[in-house]
Ligand binder design. Sequence first.
Ligand code: ATP
Ligand code: MG
Length: 754
Amino acid sequence: MSESKDFLRAIVAEDLKAGKYETVHTRFPPEPNGFPHIGHAKSITLNFGIARDFNGLCNLRMDDTDPTKEDMKFVEALKDAVKWLGFDWEERLYFTSDYFPKLYGYAQELIKMGKAYVDSLNEEEIREYRGTVTEPGRRSKYAERSVEENLDLFERMKNGEFAEGEHVLRAKIDMSAANMKMRDPLLYRIRHATHYRVGDAWHIYPMYDFAHCLSDYIEGISHSFCTLEFENNRDIYDWVIETLGLPPPRPYQYEFARLNMNYTVMSKRKLLELVEGGYVNGWDDPRLPTIAGYKRRGYTPESILTFCEQIGVAKANSTVDVAQLEFCIRDDLNTKVPRVMCVLDPLKVTIVNYEGSEELDASYYPHDVPKEGSRKLPFSKEVYIDRSDFSENPPKGYFRLTPEQPVRLKHAYIIACKEVIKDKEGNIVEIKAEYYPDSKSGSDTSGIKVRSAIQWVDAKRAKRVEVRLYDRLYKVEAPEGLDDLNPDSLKVAKGALIEPAVIEEKPDVRFQFEREGYFYVDPVDYSDEAPVFNKIVGLKDSWGKKKKKAPKATEKKQKQPQKQQIDGEEAPMSEEEKARFEVYTGKLGLNHAVANTLARDAKLSAFFEEAMGAEGAGAVTIANLVANEVARELKEQDADALKFTPQHVAELAKMLDSEQISSKIAKEVFELMVQSGDAPEKIVEEKGLRQISDPAVIAPIIDDIMEKNPDNVAKYREGNSKLLGFFVGQTLKATGGKANPKVVNELVAEKLRG
Ligand code: ATP
Ligand code: MG
């Protein structure tokens, strides 16, 4: 099954079947000029994974041909990353720099065949002579040099007799080749720098195009996988091997799409800038997408492997949502790690009617986790809760402690607020509370209803810890530079308090801090005297939420609090749910949040899948309607009881997709479908809700609004561009939300320009 999972595995399987190779032999060939990142993880899992799946071999090769950037510490980081991900190069750790003598010999052979020459044009001339995509290049006059002269010059280049840039060695191929890379590519250049391994032995260094294919050949590689940018280099790869007439079996190059992820930079140059400029704390800063960073943050190798498997390999570049990686780590830890209580921002609560102390039994794992283990929770008159879990003036839907509303201290008792103590500035410094003696968790006979259970710690026995709250390093999806850094990517809670068992018993190194997220014992700075924890990931994707408004469904949902809500955690998916989730995010291209909602709910997914069977609308549109609108209706009843059908929803989606109605109107139509059970077409027709996209209809409405607001028109024209929104809003309002916003925007802008 894993053999034909992707197009590269299909190629390998075919080659083995045809007897082209006895064994598949791949390699992971990084340049040791930076720490490996999540993109390298993709390449590692691909190369080592294919070797494993086909009982082949995979080498680890340091592609170290540039003496100016490489370093042993990067070699170590690369080895670490491969090992940490669970792969093994056995005794096959190789260095391209070890092949320098062999490569030099191959270059001499090419010269002797008249297939390579020493060129003495300077860099600019070389570029100029190369021509353009539409114009052929010209060959340098130095290409006429004799074999003897070339051999002599090449040797003297090697010995350091010339300055950098004075000469280069080039392949003699075709200066008018359609593939510009084939216009006499450079094979060697002069570099007077000390190489981290071979020192000053060499003054010339081979170019990627020459070194890579030959290193593959030397190592007996069968399949050489690289990223798409190298597609045009494949011709050189083949030319070198064929021209040298190397006996088979020979390697072939295949390209796959590199991994790009939103909110993330992966170029080594940019990562280096962050590290060297002190924007992060070293290569293993937990905010970096480096393997060292993920490792220090607390990611598990399993979660990264799952992620790499989920994203798969493809032939076209695309950007993966970082939420998908976060989902993988959450999913991995959810059923593995103990749940404990840590209060990040402590607020003292004195329970005035409690005397003495006791130890409460509390399991580390919820009942649906197949693991056992528990600890004692000390409890006494003074406890701390999180400041955010008390509100004097609670907003609607606030389910935690308020002057009127009791709350449960998780694993302990229900308490009610009796008095709020403030300092001179009016800040709350303490809560005086009463507890209900018969409300103890597990033997509650109090009959008191609470809407949530919050974390807390015992004042005397809790341990003070530092918690590093990491968030995304960039605040924008497609970061370009330092300006896009998220200023809140690291917050430190120095005065956090944790229950004592975490420090004293050490049940694990990763934890779920109840209602806060997943945390990891910092492998560098932690000590029992000064414990430090890193936030791995929150319990939910808060970034997705920031972007989209929470669906209305939550309010109803919270009226019947389920265990899931109180704890703020997500249950693990069943096999069936996982399978659905994979199809939804994979083939159907749904985003994670929507796929998650649908996959976890049998009623919703059945409804969705039935709607998908109808003609015409896109999966994403249908899924959004089902996850947001339909979900609300299905909460309280079964699909049979609904007046509308999956076909209706598909029709509605189709009208949205074809821009017959706006998304605002779609919501209105949906409400009417719920009430009447009429087909959306009919509703739209009868109510005249069809989207208006005709400029001839919209233009007079805009004229009218401009006429009524001459001051605003003048202000806009004097430079107050914010007023554009005013006019757009007024126009949409005047059409009852039926005007096509895109058309309105364009027309308004045009008319205001005058
Ligand atoms: P950079 O361009 O940042 O220097 P690179 O791709 O040149 O990165 P290498 O060390 O040469 O870095 O890469 C080693 C291997 O990892 C190569 O085979 C390369 O194709 C692969 N690789 C690097 N980045 C990615 C990525 N984002 N997605 C998939 N594979 C990658
Ligand atoms: Mg590279």
